[in-house]
Ligand binder design. Structure first.
Ligand SMILES: CC(=O)N[C@H]1[C@@H](OP(=O)(O)OP(=O)(O)OC[C@H]2O[C@@H](n3ccc(=O)[nH]c3=O)[C@H](O)[C@@H]2O)O[C@H](CO)[C@@H](O)[C@@H]1O[C@H](C)C(=O)N[C@@H](C)C(=O)N[C@H](CCC(=O)O)C(=O)O
Ligand SMILES: Nc1ncnc2c1ncn2[C@@H]1O[C@H](COP(=O)(O)OP(=O)(O)OP(=O)(O)O)[C@@H](O)[C@H]1O
Ligand SMILES: N[C@H](CCC[C@H](N)C(=O)O)C(=O)O
Ligand SMILES: [Mg+2]
Length: 481
């Protein structure tokens, strides 16, 4: 595409020179003869420092301050221009697709996947961008980020459009909102699930974390907001767009969950709407929080033109979200849940959910990621004390020593709680499963759908669900350990 066409499609002033452009990048080392290189100011360094390198590779450079290279274009905000020009390169696929987004600390993948499944099952040609990957029709694409960088996002979105997708639901991470990866998009509905501690390695405090999340709602026509935490309540009161509020702990709301019953088939719950009509819903994922996620998903679908009743009926047919309170069936009489809880609130919630289906002991296996929020480690240790026995292990230690991370978790644990620390995650899972007796539940948290363990910057194959299934099969064959 010509540079002039690209800028014109992005509604940006047309540069005074023209060139053929076929790719866009923010990584100087990937720039080439026909690429546009964006100088982004990041957390670690400033992309402007790499303008010369990109230019020597033949790229046109887009910057905020002059870099003194030939063929440079100066814009006010390179993050914004980056998103707009990536959209333009793919001929603005978002203009013919209805978009829905979910933000919040926990529950984004769960809500987004549920919306996707309901839309799909109702006959709508839908697409999904989530931590678990992108999906549409019979296709899938792996994503390295929950909310992809603009170039990857528009590349996949345009493929979805070519394949006839009309509705797309996605997760909006706080990192993405802060870095304006979604700049220029307009969402039919934005959802807020909750806000509790996470990512303090990136956001300085809860106020800044909340500010990043709030940005999504300036890009939305309608909102669905859980008002049980003070941030949701404040957000709902600050917006001028139509808002549907949701609660499950008695806070006043348009849709109130008034009872939840969990059993091995999931959660059955009652909702009273703002016309005081009561509805009974069922969702195949256990946990009171799952009822809240499910209700948010149903409300998003009503904005897509599906009736509440139809959305609720389709909800009943969903029994799995990969790695989210996913039950791994076995003939040993133990309940095994593979889950993605990786925050103090997530750990507390998944234990509470698992309790509702546990007759005897509840065993938890978990760890904390390296090179990420260190302050959540003792808090996750403290939350883990709600289990009867805890196996502390590794969860993507990245560049940190696993033993050091495990010690930080243990610092938050009550001295009366029984635990074992086993650095090798496969050994930790094996130990927990072997320890369990009929009537017990084993919750394995933090990695869910993930297929690798990141140790010292190297990614080792580690498909947790496959490993659990294998161990359970061996145990079934032996009926003892
Ligand atoms: C914390 C974070 O989000 N970092 C992202 C950010 O990096 P950064 O701001 O540190 O960038 P930087 O290293 O300072 O570099 C600034 C610029 O110089 C460029 N550069 C830098 C060095 C070089 O040699 N050459 C070069 O061109 C970089 O490409 C970049 O454009 O910008 C980079 C490029 O645009 C991203 O790759 C990087 O994501 C990293 C890989 C990442 O892991 N992000 C995670 C934490 C993330 O975004 N997670 C959320 C989900 C979180 C959740 O679960 O809620 C997500 O949406 O996935
Ligand atoms: N509404 C909720 N409130 C609290 N905890 C939840 C909620 N929904 C899910 N969880 C817990 O958090 C875990 C992660 O859920 P999910 O993957 O949906 O969150 P996410 O926001 O997408 O996370 P990420 O930031 O990694 O993308 C689940 O496995 C479950 O244990
Ligand atoms: N998407 C989240 C969850 C990571 C969960 C855990 N497996 C880890 O690696 O810390 C993040 O990037 O912070
Ligand atoms: Mg997610």
């Amino acid at each position: 595409m010509r540079l002039s066409t690209l800028f014109s499609l992005a509604n940006l002033p047309i540069p005074d020179f023209d060139r053929e452009i076929d790719s866009i990048t923010a990584q100087a080392q990937s720039a080439g003869e026909h690429s546009l290189f964006f100088c982004l100011r990041g957390a670690k360094t400033d992309g402007h420092l790499f303008a010369r390198e990109a230019s020597l590779r033949g790229a046109v450079v887009v910057c905020e301050t002059p870099c003194g290279v030939p063929d440079e274009i100066i814009v006010n905000d390179t993050h914004e221009a980056y998103a707009l020009l990536c959209a333009a390169l793919y001929e603005n696929p978002q203009q013919s697709i209805r978009l829905f987004a979910v933000t919040g600390t926990n529950g984004k993948t769960s809500v987004a996947t549920t919306v996707y499944e309901i839309l799909r099952k109702s006959g709508i040609s839908a697409g999904l961008f989530a931590t678990t990957g992108a999906r549409w029709g019979t296709k899938e694409a792996a994503l390295s980020l929950t909310t992809p960088q603009p170039f990857d996002f528009y590349r996949i979105l345009s493929e979805m459009k070519e394949d006839g997708v009309t509705h797309v639901v996605m997760e909006a991470s706080s990192h993405a909102l802060d870095q304006k990866r979604l700049f220029g998009l307009q969402f039919s509905v934005a959802v807020f699930t909750n806000l509790t501690q996470d990512h303090f390695d990136y956001h300085e405090n809860m106020v800044q974390y909340f500010c990043a999340k709030k940005k999504l709602f300036s890009m939305a026509e309608q909102a669905v907001i859980c008002v049980d935490d003070p941030y949701g309540k404040e957000l709902s009161e600050s917006l001028t767009i139509p808002v549907k509020t949701v609660s499950r702990t008695g806070s006043p709301a348009d849709y109130r969950i008034v009872s939840c019953q969990n059993d091995s088939r999931g959660v059955t719950f009652h909702v009273i709407d703002n016309a005081q009509t009561e509805h009974e819903l069922h969702f195949g994922i256990i946990g009171d929080f799952s009822a809240e996620n499910a209700l948010c998903a149903v409300l998003v679908c009503t904005a897509a033109g599906i009736s509440f009743e139809q959305a609720a009926a389709l909800l009943q047919t969903i029994d799995t979200i990969p790695g989210r309170c996913e039950q791994i069936k076995n003939r040993l009489g133990i309940t095994v849940l593979c889950d993605y809880a990786h925050t103090p609130d997530g750990i507390r919630n998944v234990i509470a959910a698992a309790r509702t289906v546990t007759q005897k002991q509840l065993i938890l296996v978990f760890g904390c990621g390296g090179d990420r929020d260190k302050t959540k480690r003792p808090l996750m240790g403290e939350a883990a004390c709600d289990a009867d026995f805890v196996v502390i292990t590794s969860d993507n230690p990245r560049h940190e020593p696993p033993g050091h991370i495990m010690r930080e978790i243990i610092q938050g644990m009550r001295p009366d709680v029984c635990y074992l620390a086993l650095r090798d995650r496969a050994a930790a899972i094996r130990y927990a499963l072997c320890r369990a007796t009929p009537g017990d539940t084993v919750v394995i948290a933090g990695k869910g759908h993930e297929k690798a363990q990141d140790i010292a910057g190297k990614r080792f194959c580690f498909d947790e669900r496959k490993l659990i299934r294998h161990l359970l099969r061996v145990m079934e064959e032996n009926q003892h350990c």
